[in-house]
Design a protein around this ligand. Structure first.
Ligand code: FE2
Length: 345
């Protein structure tokens, strides 16, 4: 193994010019950039977004830009490592805070990237996915998987705000990102599948031979029952940390192809100290306060705040009062590519 590799400057000017003219470049001066030793060198830096600071900016967007002019009225959470205007929070995860005002609708469209909405505040918002009307209550996780038509509406009286998480950066990188517009969808006259077909965990509708399930059978994960499950688990778990994966109720697998989601409860005074993970992550605080330390930098988090951690980050989360947090990560993508790993600290 070479100690140091040759640089571009080691090469004669005429040779460099001829390579450029021929449309080629030497690998060895760039080798360590694309294949660093031992672990990746992420561009992504830890980010922190204080909800109280962003909320008035969102409301101002509501005054400045009608939804017809925005299609989706969103403020994107830009990765500090990529700088102002970055349309992503980590290498693979896009995050945005979206505002919908009473009476507004966000038109129907379908696109290649998948999205999840985590409802931050407000009553009366809803999302229609493939004709299924999904109420949006605070803390609910609502899926709009890639290839599924979706539109949003608002029947309440106060603004509704939710956090969008998409695998958009992956699709942009693959040059596979595009959307198609359409008219608002006709709605089915029945509650969503979480209230009808998958009301209890461990139970799924019986099906006749040869009748398949939908690829995404349940589009809404109501927060109320997620919190109840966390509380029950926490009561029987040592160490004060309970964490549950959001799964497809038919298969038990990840709810989306590239993004995974967990719900965490960290009891007051307890600390979550996970191994170093090869996945990148975003943490959205549903409720509670505490301190997150990411690669040696500490930040205080409160309700509705969001923060991120690059791949292989050293993360500790300590709760001041009982904290409920949704963790968004890209382990499903890394599993599919065959390289997800965890390392002891
Ligand atoms: Fe969309």
């Amino acid at each position: 193994m070479a100690e140091t590799l040759g640089t571009l400057e080691d090469l004669p000017e005429d040779y460099r010019a001829e390579m450029t003219a021929a449309g080629v470049a030497p690998l060895w001066p760039m080798m360590r950039n694309v294949l660093p030793h031992g672990a990746p060198q992420p561009v992504t830096q830890p980010g922190y977004w204080n909800y109280d600071a962003i909320r008035p900016l969102l409301h101002r967007a509501g005054e400045l830009t009608p939804v017809e002019k925005a299609e989706r009225r969103v403020l994107v959470l830009s990765d500090p490592g990529r700088g102002a205007g970055a349309m992503q929070a980590t290498a693979s995860i896009y995050l945005g805070l979206q505002l919908l005002l009473p009476g507004e609708t966000a038109p129907a469209h379908v696109h290649t990237p998948s999205a999840v909405r985590i409802v931050v505040e407000g009553q009366g918002g809803y999302t229609v996915v493939d004709g299924e009307k999904l109420p949006m209550e605070e803390g609910d996780l609502v899926l709009t998987p890639g290839g599924e038509w979706h539109d949003h509406g608002h029947e309440g009286t106060e603004p509704v705000i939710w956090l969008d998480a998409l695998d958009l950066p992956v699709f942009v990188y693959l040059e596979g990102s595009y959307a198609t517009e359409g008219p608002l969808q006709a709605q089915r006259n029945r509650p969503d599948a979480s209230q009808v077909e998958y009301l209890s965990s461990g139970l799924a509708p019986s099906r006749k031979l040869g009748v398949g399930t939908r690829r995404y059978p349940m589009m809404r994960y109501p927060w109320g029952r997620t919190e109840a499950a966390l509380n029950e688990m926490a009561a029987w778990t040592d160490g004060g940390v309970a964490e549950l994966d959001y799964v497809n109720p038919e298969t038990g697998s990840d709810i989306l192809p590239t993004m995974g989601f967990t719900a965490m409860r960290i009891a007051a005074g307890a600390t979550d100290n996970p191994p170093l993970r090869s996945s990148s992550a975003a943490f959205h605080v549903i409720r509670g306060r505490g301190t997150a330390t990411i690669n040696g930098e500490s930040l205080a988090f409160g309700p509705k705040d969001t923060f991120t951690a690059p791949v292989f980050s050293d993360i500790t989360l300590t709760a001041e009062d009982d904290a409920y947090i949704v963790r968004i990560h890209d382990r499903p993508l890394q599993d599919k590519l065959g390289y997800y790993e965890e390392r002891a600290k």
